[in-house]
Write a protein that binds this ligand. Structure first.
Ligand code: GDD
Ligand code: MN
Length: 368
């Protein structure tokens, strides 16, 4: 690796790379950048969330060899989007590129992205879905289905035309980033979508094709929590931040709980349990699922562990039981006062009051 030190600084391009457990990938990543950006003034910022595999110390070792390499280390936090935001804020070049740290994004097109920005584009998206692009690196059919469904959902609510809004590989002008910053939701995996949906319709976006490579080392961090965060982010954008994100997350988990309740009720019934016992089993499993999901997702920044976990679970069960009583009581009251027949409306009001109650008390007593 050749370093020209001060000759190449200050940087014209800052590359921000979120990474979690990517220890085997960072050194090859720096070599790849060095080769792809010959003659350019660049810096790279790896944003690591205290990966247990020692990614941060590996980056530090590399920055001792090459001053263009930097580490931003976060403690007690997780999240791709927020890592990218903080990485961009810690960098200094007028142009910024964001890419994955697992070598799935082809660094060879960085130069073209840079040229496009210099030619007047405000955002350049590396797309798998334009002529010349390719998505073969997605691991398996269900990942592909998931990706395509997400793209369609995003395109349906987005005023901008974009073939690959789910891409995590893009470049942006810093001045635009700073304008959009206060409007970002910052949750989940999809920072590009977050940025574009916060941008005015007139923003100049250019797409360049790239081939999404398969992952060679380490593993993907996409899981159910990430999917829930994606849904929350879309709702946040649609409602323009009118409802608190955390409340929406809580309500979404509640909706999943209803599904779990019905499923368990059906299974228990099919196994010959009486209605009351089936209902009890359904409710118990639903409350437990909701607690686990809320703990990992809704309150991901306050996740309860050890003794706090059990204390929280006991209070949560009590809160939900009270919530259920209130829910049924209010529905009953509505039904009586509204007179005959308005079952749906009464029960919907009861459910809304129940969710608001559960949320308010959970936020203050369980995940305080
Ligand atoms: N700091 C930090 N914190 N980094 C994270 C976190 C986190 O909580 N979660 C994931 N990362 C890093 C990974 O280490 C990797 O460098 C990058 O973010 C992408 O994560 P992967 O787990 O490899 O994601 P993927 O391959 O499933 O999804 C990628 O492909 C999508 C296209 O389908 C991501 O790049 C998406 O942004 C992209 O849209
Ligand atoms: Mn990946």
């Amino acid at each position: 690796m050749t370093v020209s030190g001060p000759m190449l600084l200050p940087a014209e391009l800052s590359i921000v790379i979120p990474c979690y457990n990517e220890v085997a990938n960072v050194a090859p990543m720096v070599v790849a950048l060095d080769e792809a950006l010959v003659g350019q003034k660049w810096e790279v910022i790896f944003v690591d969330d205290s990966s247990p595999d020692g990614t941060a110390s590996e980056v530090r070792r590399l920055s001792q060899l090459d001053p263009r390499v930097r580490i931003l280390c976060r403690v007690g936090r997780r999240g791709l989007s927020s890592a990218v935001i903080e990485g961009v804020l810690s960098s200094s070049a007028p142009l910024v590129a964001v890419m994955d740290g697992d070598l799935q994004h082809d660094e060879a097109i960085l130069l073209e992205m840079l040229t496009r920005l210099q030619a007047g584009a405000e955002i350049v998206v590396a797309s798998r879905h334009v002529e010349g692009g390719d998505n073969s690196g997605l691991s398996g059919h269900w990942r592909e289905l998931l990706s395509n469904t997400g793209i369609r959902a995003a395109q349906a609510i987005m005023p901008h035309r974009l073939s690959d809004p789910m891409s995590g590989f893009f470049a942006i002008r810093r001045d635009l980033f700073e304008v959009l910053l206060p409007h970002l939701s910052g949750t989940g995996f999809k920072i590009l979508l977050d940025l574009v949906m916060s941008a005015p319709r007139s923003v100049r976006i250019v797409e360049v094709p790239f081939v999404f490579r398969p992952r060679l080392a380490g593993e993907s961090k996409l899981d159910i929590v990430v999917l829930l965060q994606f849904a929350t982010m879309l709702i946040d954008k649609l409602t323009r931040g009118w409802l608190p994100t955390r409340f929406m997350a809580f309500a979404l988990v509640g909706l999943i709980g209803v599904g779990v309740n019905v499923a368990v009720l059906d299974i228990a019934g099919a196994c010959g349990l009486s209605f009351s016992w089936s209902q009890l089993a359904g409710t118990a499993v639903a409350i437990l699922t909701n607690f686990l999901l809320n703990n990992r997702f809704t309150y991901h920044d306050r996740t309860l562990r050890g003794a706090d976990f059990w204390r929280g679970l006991i209070i949560f069960v009590a809160v939900c039981s009270l919530g259920a009583v209130a829910n049924i009581g209010i529905a009953r009251m509505m039904l009586d006062s509204a007179g005959h027949g308005h079952w749906d409306r009464s029960s919907a009001v009861g459910a809304v009051v129940g969710v608001v109650w559960n949320y308010a008390v959970s936020s203050t007593l369980v995940w305080r």
